[in-house]
Design a protein around this ligand. Structure first.
Ligand code: NDP
Length: 444
C-alpha cells in the first residue's frame, strides 16, 4: 500500500466519528500524492505525514457560565494547536452548536496550508465551543467569553498562539475575550486579532475575507481569459464573509442576486442591498425574513436553495459541505463558470470533482478565503510595532497577497502536471514551505 493510502487509513482508524477531519485530510493527501511519491522513502522514514496529520497539541475544557435566569450552563471549549512549523499558531474561534473536536481538527488542519499560502509567518490552529451566541443577551455572551478565556489564556499569547473570529465570533465576542485576557495577564498585547479599532484592531480586517475572495476571483478569471464585470453571482451565507464578498463584488461591477442564513435564502433580481443586509445582520442580529421589509421586490424562500439560481459564479460563504453533488450538477447545467470558496470546505469532495470535470474554475477555501488570516497577520505586525496602518495600505497589501496566491497555486499545479487544478496547486504550494520548515527543524 502506498504511504499516502496508509496514512489516510490510519487517520480514519485513529480518529473515529470525525468525518470532516477525514475529508480534509483525504483532500490534501490525495493532492500531495505526486509530491510524496517522489520522496516516499525519506518521508516514510521521517514519519512526515504522520507528524503532519497529528496536531502538536489539542486542548479540551469545561466552560461554565451563568445565564440571565441565574442558571449555570456548561459548554465545551476547544483549541487545537496543529502546526507551529512556520510561525505561532493562528486560526479562528468558532462558536456554534455544531462544534466538536472533529470540526475543529478539520479547520485547524486546513489552516496550516492556508496560512502557508499567505506567505506570512503563521502556523495553523483553530478553536471554539458548542456555545450558541444566537438569542443570548450581551451579558450572557460576555459571561461565556470571560469563562472561555479564563481557561484558554494559559495556552495563548502574542508569540505562541493568536486566535481570531470565525462563525459566531465577531467584534463583540473578540472584545469580551480580549478584555478578560488583559485582566488576567495584565499585558496589552496582540493576543487576538479582529479586535476593535480603538484597542489594536486593523482597518480592513472586517472586510478582508470577503474582499480577498473577490480579489482572487477577479484574478483567476483574468488568468483564464474572463472578467468579473457584468457577471451574475450567487452567494450563500449572510455573515462576515458573505456581506463583504457581496460588497466588493458589486464594487467590481458584478451583480449578486442571492444570500442565505441557516433558515432560508433571498433572491433579489435587482442585486442584494448591502446596506439593508448589514442593518439586519450586523445591527439587529435578525433573520433574513426581514429583508423583504427593505426590498419588497425580493423573494424569501425557506430552507436551502441558492445554488438553484442561474448564475455565472457561485461563492459559498456559509459553512462546510453546503454545496453537494446535486447542487454542482444544477450549477453546471445553468452554465456556471466558476466556484470560489469563501467558507472553509463548503463543497463536498464529490461536488468538487464534478465541477472540475465539467470545466468549472474551482478555487478551494484555503486559497480563496486566505485574505482573512493574512490581514490578521497584518494586524499582528501593527500590534508588534505599535502602529496603525491606513485602510488603503492594508487593502493594497491584501490585494497583493491574494494575487500572489493565484499565481503560486497556478504555478504549483502546472509544475506537477495538473494545470488549472487549483485544489492540487493550493495543497502543494501550501505544503512545500511547511515541509521545508519541518525538515529543517528535525524530528519535533
Ligand atoms: P458568520 O457567523 O459571520 O456567518 C456565518 C453565516 O453562515 C451566517 O449567515 C449563518 O447563518 C450561516 N451558517 C452558519 N452555519 C450554518 C449552517 N450549519 N447551515 C446553514 N447556514 C449556516 O461567519 P463567517 O462569515 O465569519 O464565516 C463563514 C465561513 O467562512 C466559515 O466557514 C468560516 O470558517 C469561513 N471563514 C471565515 C473567515 C473570517 O474572517 N470570518 C476567514 C476564513 C474563513 P445563521 O446566522 O442563521 O447561523
Amino acid at each position: 500500500m502506498s504511504y499516502v493510502d496508509e496514512v489516510i487509513e490510519q487517520v480514519v482508524k485513529q480518529n473515529p466519528a470525525e468525518p470532516e477531519f477525514h475529508q480534509a485530510v483525504k483532500e490534501v493527501l490525495e493532492s500531495l500524492r505526486v509530491v510524496v511519491e517522489a520522496n516516499e522513502e525519506r518521508y516514510r522514514k521521517d514519519a512526515l505525514l504522520e507528524r503532519l496529520v497529528n496536531p502538536e497539541r489539542q486542548i479540551k475544557f469545561r466552560v461554565p457560565w451563568i445565564d440571565d435566569q441565574g442558571q449555570v450552563q456548561v459548554n465545551t471549549g476547544y483549541r487545537v494547536q496543529f502546526s507551529s512549523a512556520i510561525g505561532p499558531y493562528k486560526g479562528g474561534l468558532r462558536l456554534h452548536p455544531s462544534v466538536n473536536l472533529g470540526i475543529i481538527k478539520f479547520l485547524g488542519f486546513e489552516q496550516i496550508f492556508k496560512n502557508s499560502l499567505t506567505g506570512l509567518p503563521i502556523g495553523g490552529g483553530k478553536g471554539g465551543s458548542d456555545f450558541d451566541p444566537k438569542g443570548k443577551s450581551d451579558r450572557e455572551v460576555m459571561a461565556f467569553c470571560q469563562s472561555f478565556i479564563t481557561e484558554l489564556y494559559k495556552y495563548i499569547g502574542a508569540d505562541t498562539d493568536v486566535p481570531a473570529g470565525d462563525i459566531g465570533t465577531g467584534a463583540r465576542e473578540i472584545g469580551y475575550m480580549y478584555g478578560q485576557y488583559k485582566r488576567i495577564r495584565g499585558v496589552y498585547e496582540g493576543v487576538l486579532t479582529g479586535k476593535g479599532l480603538s484597542y489594536g484592531g486593523s482597518l480592513a480586517r472586517t472586510e478582508a475575507t470577503g474582499y480577498g475572495l473577490l480579489y482572487l476571483t477577479e484574478e483567476l478569471l483574468k488568468m483564464n481569459g474572463m472578467e468579473l464585470t457584468g457577471k451574475t453571482i450567487a452567494v450563500s451565507g449572510s455573515g462576515n464573509v458573505a456581506i463583504y464578498a457581496i460588497q466588493k463584488a458589486q464594487q467590481l461591477g458584478a451583480k449578486v442576486v442571492t444570500c442565505s442564513d441557516s433558515t432560508g435564502w433571498i433572491y433579489d433580481e435587482e442585486g442584494i442591498d448591502v446596506a439593508a443586509l448589514k442593518e439586519i445582520k450586523e445591527v439587529k442580529r435578525a433573520r433574513l425574513t426581514e429583508y423583504k421589509n427593505y426590498c419588497p421586490n425580493s423573494e424569501y424562500h425557506e430552507g436551502k436553495g441558492v445554488w438553484s439560481v442561474k448564475v455565472d459564479i457561485a461563492l459559498p460563504c456559509a459553512t462546510q459541505n453546503e454545496l453537494d453533488l446535486e447542487d454542482a450538477k444544477i450549477l453546471v447545467s445553468n452554465g456556471c463558470i466558476g466556484v470560489f470558496e469563501g467558507a472553509n470546505m463548503p463543497t463536498t469532495l464529490e461536488a468538487t470533482e464534478y465541477l472540475q470535470a465539467n470545466g468549472v474554475i474551482f478555487a478551494p477555501g484555503k486559497a480563496a478565503n486566505a485574505g482573512g488570516v493574512a490581514t490578521s497577520a497584518l494586524e499582528m505586525s501593527q500590534n508588534s510595532e505599535r502602529l496603525s496602518w491606513s485602510f488603503e495600505e492594508v487593502d493594497t497589501k491584501l490585494k497583493e497577497i491574494m494575487i500572489n496566491i493565484c499565481h503560486n497555486i497556478s504555478d504549483a499545479a502546472e509544475r506537477y502536471g495538473a494545470k488549472g487544478n487549483y485544489v492540487v496547486g493550493a495543497n502543494i504550494a501550501g505544503f512545500e514551505k511547511v515541509v521545508d520548515a519541518m525538515n529543517a527543524q528535525g524530528i519535533v
